[in-house]
Design a protein around this ligand. Structure first.
Ligand SMILES: [Zn+2]
Length: 377
């Protein structure tokens, strides 16, 4: 019997409002729960915040794509002249894998629906796998190596059931004192089916059952088990789409010559090549009632301010429940979405535990503290 096991379980998009909808989740095991403020952006920004304890302007992973004159994707432009076949999801998926291999990217890489003639204006943030020590920012895995803590880490390339099996095996062998369990599937389920559908309810029930089994296994092999379940952000049911790209394209400006834009599902980011473009686009955006411009003060407040404007000289964020549609991340309106303002209630992440959660734990950037406190104790 080994002494203590600290388990930190990440469930993508299991926000506090979602947890409130499924109050039986881990009932009898978790004794404490609270909402956590998320950060501006998507999972690829939230996860670095969780692993490092830093805000986007500190870990610098504020978005997957950023404008660069030195884009590694310039060679893809001719693909935009080829028949629609190349734009199909499956083909894009294969192309993503080729690009990943070509550039030796070890992180998660997807071309999504970014048009081939626009990709050449961007570079990509997540080039390195941040679930292994030596990521571009300090993670809990670096901390474990530095402090000689034996740990288990899910393999994000594998399925949830494989990862659940793997953690139970390591627990049985009593080899580790810290475990990072990665469960991303609920996010996809809620994107497709919404937050309260039968499919989502079934997925939550599945996770509940599996996590109870992990916890039971841990109790059998360790004297003390500190069990944490948390998320990166919440999820809203989408009510409407807004065609922001058409608004901007109606302005008689030329993409690449006058401006560059990245259209995420809920956020548009602009870089300007001249003042006319800046004025015209700012004016057009100010007329859109379904969202708002985030000025420098807003960005500073959510700690996503970059003086060099690398992630955008202008940010436009949709209101909760509204999606930019179509966007560079998808052509169809889907049922669930996140990536809204961190102040919006439904954006809140959650933390649940069988241990007391300190009053100072308020944001997803504080989850790292709960790991270190447990591992020091
Ligand atoms: Zn998602």
């Amino acid at each position: 019997m080994s002494k203590k096991l600290v388990i930190h379980t990440f469930i993508d998009a299991f926000g506090y409002e979602i947890y409130r909808h499924y109050p039986c989740f881990l009932k009898g095991i978790v004794t404490n729960s609270k909402p956590l403020k998320s950060v501006l952006g998507f999972t690829n920004t939230c996860l670095p915040s969780i692993l490092s304890g830093q805000y986007p302007q500190e870990h610098k992973q504020a978005s997957l794509f950023f404008h660069s004159d030195d884009s590694p994707f310039k060679w893809m432009k001719p693909l935009s002249f080829l028949p629609g076949f190349f734009n199909r999801f499956r083909v894009r998926n294969i192309l993503s894998k080729i690009v990943k291999k070509l550039h030796n990217y070890t992180g998660y890489f997807q071309l999504y629906s970014i048009p081939f003639d626009k990709l050449g204006y961007f570079d990509f943030t997540e080039k390195k796998d941040y679930f292994v020590p030596g990521a571009p920012f300090n993670t809990i895995f670096d901390y474990c190596v530095q402090n000689n803590i034996d740990y288990h880490c899910s393999n994000w390339r594998k399925s949830e059931s494989e990862n659940l099996k793997a953690i139970k095996q390591d627990i049985k062998e009593e080899k580790v004192n810290f475990a990072w369990l990665y469960l991303p599937s609920l996010d996809g389920t809620m994107h497709t089916h919404g937050t309260t559908s039968d499919t989502t309810r079934a997925r939550v029930a599945y996770l509940d059952k599996e996590l109870r089994a992990v916890y039971e296994e841990a109790l059998e092999h360790y004297d003390e088990v500190s069990f944490y379940v948390f998320s990166d952000h919440g999820m809203y049911d989408v009510t409407t789409g807004y065609d922001l790209i058409s608004d901007i394209e109606a302005l008689d400006l030329e993409y690449g010559k006058d401006y560059v834009a990245m259209y995420d599902s809920t956020m548009a980011r602009f870089w300007f090549k001249n003042e006319t473009a800046r004025e015209k686009i700012t004016k057009a955006l100010s007329l859109v009632k379904e969202g708002s411009i985030l000025d420098d003060d807003d960005l500073k407040r959510v700690k996503t301010y970059f003086e060099d404007g690398r992630f955008g000289e202008l940010f436009f964020l949709m209101d909760p429940k509204v999606m930019i549609n179509p966007s560079y991340f998808g052509k169809n309106l889907i049922k669930g979405m996140h990536g809204y303002h961190p102040d919006a209630k439904g954006s809140n992440a959650a933390i649940l535990s069988n241990k007391k959660i300190d009053d100072s734990i308020l944001s997803i950037t504080d989850i790292r503290k709960t790991m270190e406190q447990e591992l020091a104790g």
